[in-house]
Unconditional design. Structure first.
Length: 286
């Protein structure tokens, strides 16, 4: 039985792979559509030149006039209007560029580029923005009459855009971190067991150097343990000081405290044998 995080990791990566496949299909289908549009525009312009050259003065070409009445150039997605071919080609080129950017975002390379220039597609954001862009691309393609291959790929991308938007609402900003392979490896390292058959297998060195507070706490704890081991009962107690209790405790441990020898400073005269004490005058006093 796998943990719930494993199911989330597998599911999000499956959606990620399908999203990359859909973007590749849209990329290829738009290139095909762009080629067909250019060919249709060239045929239309060639038909117009032939109509102008073959028209007898005073007569008209009914076939070319019918083609001019169409809203779109026959066999293409180019509107029959001023600069229609330019905007149609520019639309396809922008869609191709967007699919490339989204594929790079799904692969996560280069991550620093997206964090700096496209933050909504970086690792710090979820899948909501990605899903909305995929829906916009799919709707832009589906709004024109296209061939079957382009129609299926665009519909597939629009469906995955809806799914990514839903996953973005569910997982929010943590969606990309949950599906990241590097973050999964780091989590797996931290989830390793620390005890095997009762033996501690944790690393010997601490993960971070000890702080001043921890050093003080350890020194105080060690001092209390030493004092507790010195007492007969094995319990921690306060010091006995330098009084009778301290002398008694030292005697029990085998230490002898001798009384220091009394001494006088050198400038003091020696006491006389008799009870009267006389002080001789110094030459300076005389």
């Amino acid at each position: 039985m796998m943990p719930p995080r494993a199911y989330a990791f597998i599911g999000l990566n499956i959606v990620r792979i399908l999203s990359i496949i859909a973007l590749l299909l849209v990329f290829a289908s738009n290139i095909v559509t762009l080629v067909h549009d250019i060919q249709a525009v060239n045929k239309f312009m060639a038909a117009g030149k032939v109509a102008e050259d073959s028209t007898i003065p005073g007569t008209t070409n009914s076939t070319f006039d019918q083609m001019m009445d169409f809203d779109y150039i026959s066999g293409s997605t180019v509107p029959n209007q001023p600069a229609g071919a330019f905007w149609a080609v520019l639309n396809r080129l922008l869609i191709i560029f967007q699919t490339i950017v989204l594929i790079m975002s799904e692969l996560g390379f280069p991550s620093s580029f997206f964090v700096k220039y496209f933050p909504v597609l970086g690792k710090d954001f979820g899948l909501g923005a990605l899903g909305l862009i995929q829906m916009l691309i799919g709707a832009a393609v589906l709004s024109h009459r296209v061939d079957t291959f382009t129609l299926v790929s665009a519909f597939f991308l629009f469906s995955l855009g809806c799914l990514n938007t839903f996953l973005g609402l569910v997982f929010r900003a943590s969606a990309k971190s949950k599906r990241s392979v590097t973050s999964w490896r780091e989590h797996a390292k931290s989830a390793l067991p620390t005890h095997v058959a009762g033996v501690d297998v944790r690393p010997m060195m601490p993960s971070s150097p000890p702080s001043f507070v921890s050093n003080m706490w350890n020194s105080n704890t060690d001092g209390e343990k030493n004092r507790a081991s010195d007492t007969p009962s094995g319990k921690s107690s306060t010091g006995f000081g330098f009084g009778r209790q301290g002398e008694k405790a030292a005697g029990l441990k085998g230490y002898l405290i001798s009384k220091p020898i009394e001494s006088l400073p050198r400038y003091m005269p020696k006491p006389m044998a008799t009870g009267n004490t006389e002080y001789s005058s110094t030459p300076t006093a005389a």
